[in-house]
Design a protein around this ligand. Structure first.
Ligand code: BGC
Length: 387
């Protein structure tokens, strides 16, 4: 089995199981989406049928000249009931890893990307005293399929989002970045312990482990001392606390999209007239430059850009965003950040946690036939890889 090259900068795309596979029926998200009176405009349903069409998806990446694909393993499929593991599902994910390697695509694996097995959420998710043990048992179960061809493993995606919203079972309304509650210290603590346990297990097997952080930027109103204090506090509790935990890891995943405006009263909507994306976030490709610098300064470990992208129907705008973001990343590298790769969010227009409207994909997907149609931005990203 070919082993991933040690020096090559990775260029590719990121995805998450629940957003792409479809019919993730044993998960907490599936349960919440299908409740009578669910708060979500859309249910995931078949998603983009990635569970069956992963070969096409890898071929799209390879065909564009990309060299990496980040995807997640769905805990609810591997362990649909506590302590009961599916060998068939493990074999399914191993086939995806093998195909990536055969196609010259380095698989970057995420073990946990927002969704949980329903049983885990029902027992209280990360608030349960044995949550860490349950997660460690799942990591041990996945370990055998990671051997050979995998280098980077993301333990938990955006613990800083998870620690503020808990599991989807505790959501009573959709949470936008502007009204997200502050991370709960007890959840942060459990997630940090789960992460460190996973790092230990993965490292013992020769893998490189880290978690991926939303490096959300908080922009205070100019010349407003109270706003500046608020922004500093928010940056500490939403981002820096989590980057500090990454110290000593093999890498940290940086996920950067936009900024959040902060006034003397706290988090606020963007100023009237701000250029916003399809999901209402300020169009701000500079987020990657500042996010990478912040992650470098606070964690001191190498960075893998695990997510960066924009929700838009206009692919020219996506290319504009991507080019500016990558230019900013270069500035961060010139200033000393060690960056291992850039993984764009996301390969396919997929299920955006409650809705199919925000389209972040490099590839469009027909919602009935699941036919994939690459957008020019996929080729543009491939050009970066060939430089
Ligand atoms: C998440 C992705 C999500 C993206 C865009 C990130 O916070 O990890 O799952 O689709 O943001 O909202």
């Amino acid at each position: 089995m070919a082993s991933p090259s040690a020096s090559k900068f990775l260029w590719g795309a990121s995805s998450a199981a629940h957003q792409t596979e479809g019919n993730n029926i044993n998960s907490d998200w599936w349960y919440a989406e299908n409740l009578e009176g669910a708060v979500f405009p859309d249910r995931s349903g078949d998603a983009v049928d990635g569970y069956h069409r992963w070969e096409e998806d890898i071929a799209l990446l390879a065909g564009a000249g990309l060299t990496a694909y980040r995807f997640s393993i769905e805990w609810a499929r591997i362990e649909p009931a506590p302590g009961k593991f599916s060998f068939a599902e493990l074999a399914h994910y191993r086939r995806i890893i093998d195909r990536c390697v055969e196609s010259g695509i380095e698989p970057v694996i995420t073990l946990h990307h927002f969704s949980h097995p329903r049983w885990f959420a029902e027992m209280g998710a990360w608030a349960h005293p044995e949550a860490v043990e349950h997660f460690a048992r799942y990591v041990e179960a996945v370990l055998p399929i990671l051997s050979g061809g995998v280098r980077y493993v993301v333990t938990i995606n955006e613990p800083n989002t998870l620690a503020s919203v808990g599991s989807v079972m505790s959501l009573t309304e959709l949470v936008a970045p502007t009204n997200m509650p502050e991370p709960q210290p007890a959840l942060l603590d459990a997630l940090a312990r789960a992460h460190k346990r996973a790092v230990e297990i993965l490292r013992d097997a020769g893998l490189q482990a880290g978690w991926s952080i939303n490096t959300r930027l908080f922009h205070p109103e100019p010349s407003d001392e109270t706003a500046a204090k608020n922004a500093e506090h928010l940056s500490q509790v939403f981002v820096k606390d989590f980057l500090e935990i990454a110290r000593g890891d093999d890498f940290v995943g940086v996920q950067a999209y936009t900024y959040v405006r902060v006034t003397a009263d706290g988090v606020a909507n963007p100023v009237e007239g701000t250029r916003v994306t399809k999901n209402g976030w300020p169009f701000y490709p500079e987020a990657l430059h500042y996010g990478a610098e912040l992650a470098h300064r606070v964690s001191g470990v190498p960075i893998l850009v695990t997510e960066n992208g924009v929700a838009t129907d206009d692919d020219t705008e996506r290319i504009e965003y991507m080019e500016q973001a990558i230019a900013g990343l270069r500035t961060a590298i010139d200033a000393g950040a060690k960056v291992r790769g850039y993984l764009h969010w996301t390969l396919l227009d997929n299920y955006e946690w409650g809705s199919y409207l925000p389209t972040f994909g490099l590839v469009a997907v027909d919602r009935q036939t699941f036919v994939r149609t690459p957008k020019p931005s996929l080729q543009r990203l491939g050009e970066f890889a060939r430089l």
